[in-house]
Design a binder for this molecule. Structure first.
Ligand SMILES: *[C@@H]1O[C@H](CO)[C@@H](O)[C@H](O)[C@H]1NC(C)=O
Ligand SMILES: *[C@@H]1O[C@H](CO)[C@@H](O)[C@H](O)[C@H]1NC(C)=O
Ligand SMILES: *[C@@H]1O[C@H](CO)[C@@H](O)[C@H](O)[C@H]1NC(C)=O
Ligand SMILES: *[C@@H]1O[C@H](CO)[C@@H](O)[C@H](O)[C@H]1NC(C)=O
Ligand SMILES: *[C@@H]1O[C@H](CO)[C@@H](O)[C@H](O)[C@H]1NC(C)=O
Ligand SMILES: *[C@@H]1O[C@H](CO)[C@@H](O)[C@H](O)[C@H]1NC(C)=O
Ligand SMILES: *[C@@H]1O[C@H](CO)[C@@H](O)[C@H](O)[C@H]1NC(C)=O
Length: 577
């Protein structure tokens, strides 16, 4: 402190020395604070002068659209650290019911709203039998799963749904979707159905374990996770009510460790929408498909998709940005999902695991497909299960999906007077780089480079075989379980699928290569390509929407201060010069 007194006398002369000593003292002070922090209290000394605290910062000029050079001028501002308020989140704490709403959205299978209305007065058969499992009694697994260990097999439950569809023979039933580490489970289980206003649960036996897979596809082994749909019929006397939640147990009186909210998404106005799209768990952590995704969303929206339901395992931050943006716009719905049990949920490792364990990957995918079906069966007339490199493209007189399906339904009913479970579209590849040298480097100058699908208008001449790699418009009134390409099981008899003529529509599949199973014939497909500009019929509306949204999202935006270390001072401390 002696030094300071010296310096006060001739500020200018010893400014350099002063700076040096300030640094020294600063370091010493830090040392002392950290070394003796348990015994001494830190008191700022007068070495921290106001001058040091008065920081000058430069805010870079404003946003620049790439290509243009005129921005706002740089702004020099000063602010005082003694008065500065750090930018913390000062929003008021959420009330329990507001928090419950948020949580309900994030973990849709949790009966959190019902649990709150119970207000600690939980139903039970009696004091020692079938008590309601509170949120603290649930055997959680990897966030979104609930575990039931039975005497023969472990169940990982993901969702529960109320199924009162006309063609369900035993309606109304409650179905639970999950994975079981057994084939053809032998263990007898029971549903405890929890109804609002009832003091005790209603018991119902599980009448079916429906395997959501075909044996011949592999992994048909006890011990591995197998996708199942588990169903209980609601007993007589309670069929006019929809249960709030369901617990799966082995003995009726068991204290359950599962409690799944029963999803029953009936549209408020009682009317179904037309088209929804379901997309399996996105696994694109290091692959920035954000711009491709914008093009895909806008193309589907234009063709007639009212909502696109995606699941998310792990994605690139730019994809997150796009998803959040489209969530806000109401076009997409994103459900985070994990892999159940011992499977990896470590970012990056998920991708390696799924790549190396293709059959496990396929089995895991059946959960989002079927969750999407059961969430939306009352809300839409048609549900398409698509990957983000696929578009069902109407052809001929059919411009949009609605025209297409009106037309296709009429054709189908002419053949046989019943609605089919699904209407399938033939697959055809639009390769990133076809082998034929004359088309491999074609760019269309009147179409922006970032429109991948609109730039790729050469396709394989031949479609893949009928029934192979097809995609469908599913009729949710008739589908019991879904697979990526077709329904696995249907209501009211065998699954019927109507093949849509390639004159009416085709599945445009944008890939670098054929799927692995077609490796041998891929050269043939790549060799023989034809020009197919059907997508250009939608050029004007889609290109302008994609462009507008990419600008809004900041894809053509040099964010202010990017690359520099500019900090934005809090407004309270800013003094403009
Ligand atoms: C703002 O500052 C940066 C970095 O110092 C400089 O490159 C740029 O030319 C300045 N812009 C204006 C409009 O003064
Ligand atoms: C509770 O209910 C169960 C099943 O109905 C019954 O077996 C048991 O005796 C009851 N216990 C008591 C204490 O009432
Ligand atoms: C357990 O389940 C498996 C398959 O689901 C079955 O093969 C086996 O016999 C069962 N074990 C017992 C003890 O019931
Ligand atoms: C179940 O569906 C029938 C028509 O099939 C309807 O009358 C009934 O109200 C539905 N039940 C519930 C609880 O929604
Ligand atoms: C077609 O593919 C074969 C390989 O399957 C290749 O040998 C041949 O040169 C290709 N033809 C053309 C015209 O590219
Ligand atoms: C395309 O299909 C036709 C008719 O089925 C077949 O004769 C031809 O070999 C196929 N061409 C290629 C390149 O696969
Ligand atoms: C996309 O990611 C890159 C790399 O992290 C980043 O530089 C770029 O700003 C991101 N784009 C947008 C629109 O956020």
């Amino acid at each position: 402190m002696r030094l300071d007194r010296v310096c006060l006398r001739s500020l200018q002369a010893c400014s350099v020395r002063k700076l040096f000593y300030l640094v020294l003292i600063w370091c010493t002070a830090f040392y002392v604070v950290f070394r003796y922090s348990t015994t001494t209290e830190y008191a700022p000394t007068n070495t921290m002068t106001g001058r040091l605290l008065l920081q000058k910062i430069i805010t870079r000029g404003g946003p620049l659209i790439s290509g243009t050079t005129d921005g706002q001028p740089n702004v020099t501002t000063e602010f005082n650290l003694l008065e500065a308020e750090p930018l913390v989140d000062n929003s008021p704490a959420l009330s329990d019911s507001d928090f419950a709403k948020i949580l309900q959205n994030e973990v849709p299978n949790l009966p959190i709203r019902y649990w709150q209305t119970l207000n600690n007065k939980f139903p039970a058969k009696n004091k020692t039998c079938a008590k309601f499992p509170t949120l603290w009694d649930i055997g959680f697994n990897n966030v979104y799963w609930q575990t039931l260990k039975t005497s023969n097999g472990t169940f990982y439950l993901y969702g529960a749904y109320y199924d009162n569809r006309t063609l369900v023979a035993m309606k109304p039933v409650v179905r639970m979707l999950g994975m079981i580490n057994r084939l053809e489970p032998k263990v007898k289980t029971i549903c405890q159905l929890w109804f609002e206003g009832l003091k005790a649960p209603v018991f119902a036996k599980v009448f079916e374990y429906k395997y959501v897979w075909y044996k011949k596809w592999g992994n048909h082994k006890n011990g591995l996770f197998q996708p199942y749909l588990v169903s209980c019929q609601i007993p007589v006397g309670f069929r006019h009510l929809v249960p709030e939640s369901v617990s799966l147990v082995e003995q009726p009186c068991d204290m359950a460790v599962t409690n799944l909210r029963v999803i029953n998404n009936v549209p408020e106005n009682g009317k179904k929408g037309e088209f929804a799209v379901c997309v399996k768990g996105l696994d694109f952590l290091n692959e920035d498909l954000s711009v491709r995704l914008v093009e895909w969303f806008e193309t589907l929206r234009h063709l007639g998709a009212e909502k696109i339901f995606l699941y998310e395992l792990e994605v690139h931050p730019n994809i997150t940005k796009v998803l959040n943006y489209y969530k806000e716009l109401g076009l997409v719905d994103v459900t985070p999902i994990t892999l159940p049990g011992y499977q990896p949920n470590i970012k990056g490792l998920i991708h390696m695991y799924l790549k190396n364990k293709l059959t496990n990957k396929r089995q895991n995918e059946l959960i989002p497909y079927n969750d999407c079906l059961y969430k939306n069966m009352y809300r839409y007339k048609y549900i398409a299960v698509l990957d983000i490199d696929e578009v069902i493209m109407p052809k001929g007189n059919n411009m949009l999906w609605k025209d297409l399906m009106d037309n296709v339904l009429a054709k189908a009913l002419k053949v046989k007077k019943v609605e089919r479970a699904s209407y399938n579209v033939r697959n055809v590849y639009f390769f990133d780089t076809p082998q034929s040298s004359d088309v491999s480097h074609v760019h269309f100058k009147d179409i922006p480079q970032y429109m991948h699908m609109f730039q790729h208008v050469y396709r394989a001449k031949n479609y893949t075989k009928p029934g192979a790699y097809i995609k469908c418009f599913h009729n949710p009134e008739r589908v019991l379980t879904l697979h990526n390409h077709f329904p696995l099981a249907c209501l009211g008899g065998a699954c019927s699928s109507f093949p849509i003529d390639t004159e009416d529509a085709q599945l445009q599949h944008y890939r670098a290569d054929c799927v692995k199973t077609l490796k041998k014939s891929c050269d043939d497909y790549k060799n023989s390509t034809i020009f197919d500009d059907t997508i250009w019929r939608h050029k004007d509306p889609v290109i302008s929407r994609v462009t507008e949204n990419l600008i809004n999202l900041g894809f053509f935006y040099r964010a202010s201060g990017s690359g520099s270390r500019t900090v934005r001072p809090p407004p309270s401390a800013v003094r403009r010069k």
